[in-house]
Design a protein around this ligand. Structure first.
Ligand code: PGA
Length: 234
């Protein structure tokens, strides 16, 4: 894995955007996209640029279970607000959080991934090392599945909701195996609160206890972090 340390989040987002542009220039048409605060700067760069996204397909990592696309906290809404409303894509896919039939959602999404193999995958990372909603302990070969969110993830996401009780307790997520299929993976992390997870990801043992550590085994993974997030690296 290649680790790039930048002065700040803006420089990191610009770097991620330039790598993404390079991938697209070399033929990438399917982008795996993430929600959360981390990729917002990258999406701002895309929106402010001349990049034409009308031939691109977006496949998102995850969605809460039991939340409608119109709910402002849904990841459908997030993607529309931060990217798709300003830069129309050819098509975009996000797991259907309104369908509580998990078997159906999983089969559908695995088919989406089979039909649209991801060229470049954008990732954030949780303080516990999760990628997507793949919490510690998730098998490295997992495909799309339904997860029970951990207390720490619910607490971290509570800032977006009126109270922790309103944070959904389940989500559909692409699996670690699905993520690892991407040809190029760009993981970004900012701030001291991510430093321990980044150190474990980059310098630690490859273990399901730290889901992002699997990226050490990916042939083309780029980690872009600011100085505080890099502060515990060896
Ligand atoms: P964040 O979340 O970008 O809001 O920090 C990342 C994640 O939990 O994967």
């Amino acid at each position: 894995m290649q680790v790039i340390i930048t002065e700040n989040k803006i420089a990191a987002s610009k770097k991620a955007f330039s790598l993404l542009q390079q991938d697209i220039a070399q033929g990438a048409t399917v982008l795996g996209l993430a929600t959360g605060s981390t990729p917002v700067g990258l999406y701002d760069e895309i929106c402010a640029s001349e990049l034409d996204c009308s031939a691109l397909t977006a496949v998102n990592l995850d969605e809460y279970v039991g939340i409608a696309p119109t709910n402002p906290q849904s990841y459908h809404h997030f993607m529309h607000q931060h990217l798709f409303s300003k830069k129309p894509f050819k098509q975009s896919f996000i797991p259907d959080g309104t369908n509580r039939n998990a078997d159906e959602v999983i089969a559908e999404y695995n088919q989406v991934l089979a039909d649209h193999p991801i060229d470049t995958q954008i990732l954030g990372i949780g303080q516990n090392g999760h990628i997507g909603f793949n919490e510690p302990g998730t098998p490295f070969d997992s495909q799309t599945h339904k997860v029970q969110l951990t207390a720490s993830t619910i607490a971290a996401n509570a800032r977006f909701f009126a109270s922790p009780a309103e944070v959904p307790s389940e989500a559909y997520t692409m699996g670690i195996g699905s993520i690892m299929q991407a040809k190029h993976i760009i993981l970004m992390a900012f701030g001291e609160q991510k430093a321990a997870a980044i150190a474990a990801t980059v310098d630690g043992e490859v273990t399901p206890a730290v889901p992002a550590s699997v990226l050490q085994t990916h042939p083309n993974a780029t980690i872009i972090i600011d100085r505080p997030a890099a502060s515990q690296l060896r």
